[in-house]
Design a protein around this ligand. Structure first.
Ligand SMILES: Cc1cc2nc3c(=O)[nH]c(=O)nc-3n(C[C@H](O)[C@H](O)[C@H](O)COP(=O)(O)O)c2cc1C
Length: 199
């Protein structure tokens, strides 16, 4: 059974209509440790030893956040900057995270259609998420094809519930070691080179 660490970052969680429903579905699941970064570190003063200890105790890390300006909210970036230290996560002696898997779970206000060369945002979600993919790779972690809930501004309550249910199934599959492809109707962002796609 894989142990899963969900690192969640949402600066305006009290106003959330999508992530709040998703979080409710996964935060208490067996085998899951859920960390709400904005709740733990409202002043951005991250407890690095605690976060590193948590990483060591888990097999799979979930970076879960809404897309903000084509990237993550600032506390998630702060977490990356502070926790993934030289000669711990990367560098000549930095192999602490080797072999762990990362799944990025994001929500976007804009719909899938605008995330392409013909669309308003010009680039795909994978292209916007490249820095995260490469960060994971530099830290010897396996970056899986991301799970994105897109077009949140237009989703109704039933649709959000469906995505939240898919998210729960993904986490349950990851926990049990099963293939997340089994989760019906799930769309993973797949313009990664095939060699990088691994579930
Ligand atoms: C500061 C800010 C920046 C945002 N940037 C983007 C963006 O770059 N691309 C996008 O599709 N949506 C963007 N959005 C929309 C959010 O991603 C969307 O509102 C969120 O995923 C909805 O989830 P929630 O209901 O849990 O807040 C942004 C929203 C805010 C507040």
């Amino acid at each position: 059974m894989n142990k899963i660490l969900i690192l969640f970052a949402h600066p305006k969680y009290e106003r959330s209509t999508t992530n709040s429903v998703m979080v409710d579905q996964v935060k208490d699941l067996a085998g899951v440790t859920f960390v709400d970064l904005y709740e733990c570190y409202p002043d951005f003063d991250i407890d690095v030893p605690r976060e590193q200890r948590l990483l060591l105790e888990h097999d799979i890390v979930i970076w879960h956040h809404p897309l903000y300006w084509y990237s993550c909210p600032p506390l998630m970036k702060q977490w990356i900057d502070m926790v993934l230290e030289f000669d711990w996560a990367y560098g000549p002696k930095g192999h602490a995270l080797a072999g762990k898997k990362v799944l990025q779970v994001i929500t976007t206000g804009a719909s899938r259609e605008v995330y392409c060369s013909e669309g308003r945002n010009l680039y795909s979600i994978n292209e916007f998420l490249r820095p995260f993919e490469q960060t994971a790779r530099l830290c010897h972690m396996q970056y899986m094809a991301p799970y994105a809930v897109m077009g949140t501004h237009r989703l109704n309550r039933d649709q959000v519930t469906l995505y939240a249910d898919q998210y729960r199934q993904i986490i349950e599959c990851l926990h049990s070691g099963a293939d997340i492809e089994q989760v019906k109707g799930c769309v993973f962002e797949r313009d990664l080179p095939l060699s990088q796609v691994s579930d």
